[in-house]
Design a protein around this ligand. Structure first.
Ligand SMILES: Cc1ncc(COP(=O)(O)O)c(C=O)c1O
Length: 448
């Protein structure tokens, strides 16, 4: 007689193909039954801290009464109706709210259902914007080294992580790639990194701006590339260069949005107003799949024309503007305000930084990178030479497995351990989670 866990694990293996997962290695799966606060519980009753906010989504924790209620209330009215040529109450009210909290100038909201589709929309809007204006030559994009914008073909075309993207290269449109600047801690490092980025961008814009529709960037923090933090002023300078050369700026705030970096949006940290902005993940507090692409009035106006002019944006998804998702997003934003979630990030981030400082001198900790509550700890074989671990050693995966044994979930990025706790985490919870994080790193890199 199989246990309930064995039955589910068997069915998982027989019928489910998990994303970003080598199914051959998929053994002893973790099967979640429920969540409470910032903890998840598996079907065997074990508790785990959600140390990566269920892949960078969760804001208020799990099973939050106010968010549950918002969905239940909306469910009593209607679960879904389309946004194609009509609308619904929560989608309209959320659009107004988003226009109010995003950087100035972004007044039009186009919904979709994942970060990747939001990016896809931004790319297509940028492209068609120039077509509609009669500037037919502007058809390529600039992206950044190690960029990640999602897994659909357009998003992969502006992606630059070889492990994920290279196999698809023959079917992608080509993009220009410039270096992502990296805030090194050693003297002069920040300036050097910033110069390399701006020099490359300036050169491209001075020589090829007439071919380029837009630059897409993960503002301030590059997520999947390894939690890389931009030096100060870089984003602002990049935005100014784009403006000067008539190239649109697309800010992909899918990972950085909704407080993770200590501001509502990373663009706010440098008072940058992009032409297009993509949001997702934390938009619904991590509850339901809603994303949005915000556009300026100027972009919107380029599509606003007599039908015969053929300037309509022919794009949409079945579940675009889903009322349940929009209702829970409104409730999540209300809770963020009532609980002053963003104002509290700075103190929580300082606590995490202080706790993780003890890892700095460990022999295999190469770098600790942090912006707000987004943390990446890079593990290296040799601290002095910064020689990396071989990828086949899967040091990040092993440290993550150890963290799971110790009661916390996360997911590494290669040799980088990731810690992105829900914004609602208390100091006591952050204390416990950072202890597990440090212990798992020490056990795996020094444990023999
Ligand atoms: C910056 C960024 N853009 C886009 C995406 C894709 O979002 P989704 O997984 O919702 O498609 C991600 C996901 O991690 C991301 O970090």
């Amino acid at each position: 007689m199989l246990t309930d866990y064995e039955r589910l694990a068997g069915l998982n293996k027989d019928y489910l193909w998990n994303p970003f997962t080598q199914m051959k290695d998929y053994i002893d799966p973790l099967i979640i039954e429920r969540g409470e606060g910032i903890q998840l519980f598996d079907v065997q009753g074990r508790a785990y801290y959600d140390g990566f906010s269920s892949v960078w989504l969760n804001v208020h924790g799990h099973n939050v009464p106010e968010l549950n209620q918002a969905i239940t209330d909306q469910l009593g009215r209607v679960a879904h109706s389309t946004l194609l040529g009509m609308a619904n109450r929560p989608a309209i009210e959320l659009a107004e709210k988003l226009a109010g909290i995003t950087p100035k100038g972004l007044n039009k909201v186009f919904y979709s259902d994942s970060g990747a589709t939001g990016v896809e929309i931004a790319i297509k809007m940028a492209f068609q914007y120039w077509q509609n204006k009669g500037v037919k030559s502007k058809s390529t994009f600039i992206t950044m080294n190690q960029a990640y914008h999602g897994d659909t073909i357009g998003a992969v075309s502006v992606g630059a992580i070889p492990l994920y993207h290279e196999v698809f290269r023959p079917m992608l449109f080509p993009s220009h790639v410039i270096p992502y600047p990296y805030a090194y801690r050693h003297e002069g490092g920040e300036k050097m990194a910033l110069d390399a980025t701006l020099t490359a961008l300036r050169h491209l814009l001075e020589t090829r701006a007439e071919e380029i529709a837009a630059l897409i960037v993960e503002p301030i923090v590059q997520g999947a590339g390894g939690i890389i933090i931009m030096p100060p002023n870089c984003l602002r300078e990049m935005a100014a260069l784009c403006r000067k050369h008539d190239v649109l700026l697309i800010a992909d705030e899918v990972a950085t949005g909704f407080g993770r970096t200590g501001a509502m949006f990373a663009c706010d940290l440098e008072e940058v107003s992009p032409d297009l902005m993509v949001i997702g993940k934390g938009l619904t507090g991590g509850y339901l799949p809603v994303a949005a692409t915000l556009a300026t009035d100027e972009i919107y106006q380029a599509f606003y024309a007599d039908y015969e002019e053929q300037k309509t944006f022919f794009h949409g998804h079945s579940y675009t503007g889903n009322p349940l998702g929009c209702a829970v997003a409104l409730a999540s934003l209300k809770l963020m305000e009532e609980r002053k979630m963003i104002e509290k990030v700075e103190a929580k981030a300082a606590f995490v930084e202080h706790k993780l400082a003890k890892l700095k001198d460990r022999p295999h900790v190469g770098d600790i990178r942090q912006k707000g509550l987004m943390v990446g700890i890079e593990l290296v074989r040799n601290k002095i030479s910064r020689e990396p671990y071989e990828w086949v050693e899967r040091i990040g995966v092993r440290a993550t497995q150890r963290a799971r044994e110790l009661g916390m979930l996360t997911r590494p990025l290669g040799n980088v351990m990731v810690f992105i706790p829900p914004l609602s985490s208390s100091e006591t919870e952050l204390d416990a989670m950072t202890d597990i994080l440090a212990q798992s790193i020490i056990d795996v890199t020094e444990g023999g």
